[in-house]
Write a protein that binds this ligand. Structure first.
Ligand code: EPZ
Length: 424
């Protein structure tokens, strides 16, 4: 088992280059199964979620080849299976995108309920409602979703909750359906737009992605394409938070500043200097961090996937901050780990009240999920003394070469392998 050992207290300085977006690439790699010829996709992050999706593609009969670092060629011409194996599906949330993609390709799909981070209940009722609207029927048997349809035809689908996953799944299912599909109250995250752009480059006809109304005119054929994944908004935001927490000065490169606006404006409110350039952002600590309130909301609100990270920074702010989680029922499990490092936080359901402390103190902690892991790394980098972080596999699901990137910024961090303790 691997763990990170971090000697805190060193300001991060220098430059870091952001990798391709995890939540875009898992949808785009899945969508490649719809093409009638090979796709070449660039700026793919070397993270375990990409490996898991690639394994599912290969299990269905696709050829997945790394033509050069961060570039994959996917040849789906021999994909004949519409069954995703449980051992693959359970590894990540995004495995359920194969429901929409395989339904569009074969009119059938058999995909186990997904894995992913535990934020309390994570239903898929809106995905299934979307598939039914397009003419598919489903049954849930022993944890596996069985979808089938004679013919998919467009419909007007209204989501009473903004949902990234169901917006993506319905886009995938509708892209070859007969006629027009309208998704109302659609998710607007950057990765939704990236998927729509990818599908359109394959010959799809999708309009309005990035707004709350997406229109999809079904087409008969989708062709192989070449495409480059957008930079990861959350990885970039995580490094911006690290710079602030460690009193550093970091140039975060290969970003789309517009995607970063909710995070940049929050850090400015905290007294951090944030300067935007064409494709980079400089984050410089310049004095006491000010307490502020945060409510997470679907894009363009403050992203829920940055909630643990900004909370870790707010633990070091001067005053009392209130963090409200607007998307998930239970996304404060990581607070216990920050308390072990001295954080002064009280949590009541979806609200955390954070009282600023002078500094964290290094301690043995663990990552309880992907972004929670990022939060304890931030705390450890800023802490006095040494921290040891376990369960780093969660962190490596979504952050490419994070140890190397941090060492290049002056962090004292190393990844050590420890023997698994024999179960007595
Ligand atoms: C995606 O999860 C992301 N995962 C999550 O990021 C992110 O937190 C979330 O979107 C919100 O932005 C990927 O993209 C792989 P939702 P998803 O459907 O699609 C409710 C990370 O850290 N809902 O937008 O599962 C749901 O319970 C991960 O990278 C239903 O009620 O999220 C939640 O309250 C963690 N019924 C809300 O909608 C449904 O059928 C938003 O969920 C679907 C969702």
């Amino acid at each position: 088992m691997k763990k990170y050992v971090i000697q805190g207290g060193k300001p991060l300085t220098g430059e870091v280059s952001i990798s391709g977006a995890k939540n875009a690439v898992v949808a785009i790699l899945t969508a490649a199964v719809l093409a009638e010829s090979p796709c070449v996709i660039e700026n793919i992050p070397a993270i375990s979620d990409v490996k898991y999706i690639a394994k599912i593609l290969e299990s269905l009969g696709a050829l997945v080849e790394e033509v050069e670092p961060s570039v994959l060629r996917i040849d789906p011409t021999n994909v004949h299976s519409m069954v995703v194996a449980p051992e693959h599906a359970s590894r990540l949330r995004a495995s359920y995108y194969f429901l929409g993609a395989l339904l569009a390709k074969f009119g059938k799909a058999q995909v186990p309920l997904p894995g992913g981070c535990d934020f309390g209940v994570r239903p898929i009722d809106l995905h299934l409602k979307g598939f039914e609207s397009l003419g598919a029927s489903y049954r849930l048997e022993r944890g596996v979703v069985h979808l089938s349809s004679e013919e998919l035809s467009g419909d007007h689908i209204y989501f009473d909750k903004v949902t990234v996953g169901a917006t993506i799944n319905v886009m995938l299912a509708a892209v070859k359906a007969k006629g027009l599909t309208v998704i109302e109250n659609a998710a607007k995250e950057p990765h939704i737009v990236d998927l729509a752009n990818f599908l359109n480059s394959m010959g799809a006809n999708i309009m309005g992605a990035g707004t709350d109304i997406i229109k999809i005119k079904g087409v008969d054929h989708l062709y192989g394409t070449e495409y480059s994944i957008i930079p990861d908004q959350i990885e970039a935001g995580t490094f911006m938070a690290m710079a602030a927490a460690t009193h550093g000065d970091v140039l975060v490169k290969n970003v789309i500043p517009k995607h970063m606006e909710p995070i940049s404006s929050k850090l400015r409110r905290m007294g951090v200097e944030v300067t935007e350039y064409d494709d980079s952002i400089r984050v410089r600590y310049c004095g006491v961090l000010k307490a502020t309130d945060v409510t997470t909301r679907p894009h363009p609100g403050f992203p829920t996937d940055m909630q643990p990270q900004i909370a870790a920074v707010l633990c070091l702010a001067d005053g009392i901050s209130i963090v409200r989680e607007g998307v998930w029922d239970s996304r404060f499990k990581y607070i216990d780990e920050l308390r072990r490092m001295g954080a002064d936080v009280s949590v009541n359901e979806r609200v955390a009240v954070i009282k600023g402390i002078d500094h964290f103190v290094g301690a043995p902690v663990r990552a309880v999920d992907l972004r929670a892991g990022a939060a304890v790394v931030i705390a450890a980098l800023a802490a006095e003394g040494v921290s040891e972080i376990e369960n780093v596999r969660y962190i490596e699901r979504g952050y490419e070469r994070i140890v190397q990137k941090l060492r290049n910024l002056g962090a004292d961090i190393e990844c050590v392998t420890v023997e698994e303790e024999a179960l007595v």
